[in-house]
Write a protein that binds this ligand. Sequence first.
Ligand code: MV4
Length: 447
Amino acid sequence: MFKKILIANRGEIALRIISACRELGIKTVAIYSEADRDALHVRYADEDVCVGPYPSAASYLNISAIVSAAEITEADAIHPGYGFLSENAYFAEILHDCNITFIGPSPDSIRKMGDKALARKTVASAGVPTVPGSPGPVETVDEALAFARKAGYPVILKATAGGGGRGMRVARDERELAGAYDTAKAEAEKAFGNPDVYLEKYLDDPRHVEFQIFGDMHGNVRHMGERECSIQRRHQKLIEEAPSAALDPDLRARMGEAAVAAASAVSYTNAGTIEFLVDPHGHFYFMEMNTRLQVEHPVTEEVTGVDMVKEQIAVAAGAPLSFLDRDLKPRGHAIEFRINAEDPVSFKPSPGRIATFHTPGGLGVRVDTAAYQGYLIPPHYDSLIAKLIVHGVDRAEAIARGRRALDLFVVEGVKTTIPMHRRILDDADFIRGKLSTRFMERFAEAS
Ligand code: MV4
C-alpha cells in the first residue's frame, strides 16, 4: 500500500480524497495555488506545497511543479481528482516514468477513450450499441451531407477531441449542415487544437444515464449500477440520482453488461463512467467514456455502500476489487444537489465571502464541501461550493429528505442554487420521475 499520496486538486474533492487516505492510514500532501492559501484542503493535509500563481495553467495544471512537489515530499502516488489533470494521458505517462503511481487508468485507456470517434468505433466492435453515425471523422462537407442523406435528419456534428457537450452542432436539414460544417471544424480546431468532427443521428429528447464501472489489475471489470443525470443546464449537471427511474431490472442488466464490455474493450483499470443516451422506447446508446472519478460519485457510494476513493487507491496499489463476490444491487435511493455560488436565475458566478454557512445533517444527509463560514470564494475556479447528498429507502423519502435538508442549508453572503433545487423538488414532472435532458429548458420557461 502507498505511504503518502499527493492530491493534485482543490476544493471538496481534495477533502474527499484526504478523508479516504486518513481511513487507510496514508499520509497526504496538498498542492495549492496562491489563490488557495486559506483553503481547507491545505489545512487538512499532512503537508502542503504551493505550486504556482492562481491561473490553473501555472498551478493545478503545472505538471513539472506537481511532479517536483511529489518528489520533494516523497509521495508514492498522485490522486488527480476530477477536472484538471485527471484525463491527461501525458501526465499519467510522466508519473509512470518517475515511478509515481497515477491513481487512475492507464495512459493508453485515457487516450483511446479521449478520442471520441475512436471510442465509438472501439466499443461498437465490442458489441456495444452506438447511435448510427459516421464510421470516423468526416473529411469533407459532401461526405457529411451524403451520410446525413442516408441516416436522415436531424444530425449532430461532434468534435473528435471534444466531450462533455463541448464542440457540438445540431443540423436539422441540408442547408443547416452545409452551414454548420466549416464552423464546427473551426471551433474544434480553436478549442481542442484538432479540427476533426464526426456525425451522428441526433436524438431529440433523451435521458442521460451513466454507468459506474471499476476495473482492477487482475483483469476484473464490474459495474456499480447507474446514475440518472438528465437534470443539467448547458452541459453542467445540477442533480444526479441513483438508481434511474427509467430502468427496469432487465434494462439495467443489459446496460450494465454493455458498460462492462465498453470498459473491457480498452482493458480498463480503476474508476470510470460509461455515458449512455436512453430514448423514450428504452433503446440505449453509448455516448462517451469519462476516464476519471466523477463529481456525482457519492450517489453511487450511498446506494452501494462502497467507498469509491478507497477502492481507487486499493486498486491502484494492486488489490483486486473488494466487491467481486458481492451483489451491488442498489439499496434505496440517493440524490445529489450541486450547490453552486451562482445567481439562481442568471446562473452567473457569484464569488465573494461566505458570511453564514450552516450545513444540514441527520439520517441520510451528507454534505461534501470545502467551504466554511468566513471563506472567501476565489473567482478563478468553478462555482461548486458544496454537494448535498440525501439517501432514503425509496425515491419519495429521498425527495422529502432533500426538501428538509435544503430548507436547513443556510448560505449567506453569496447567491447559491439552493432555491432553484428547492423549487425543482416541488415540480410535478420531477416528482413523477419524468426527466429528460430538456427538463431544465421547460423548468426555466415555467418559472
Ligand atoms: C447527443 C445528443 C443527441 N443525439 N448525441 C451532450 C454531452 C455529450 N456527452 C453528448 N451530448 C449529447 N449527445 C446524439 N447523437 C444529445 C446530447 C445532449 C445531452 C446529453 C446528455 C446530457 C445533456 C445533454 C444536453 C444536450 C445535448
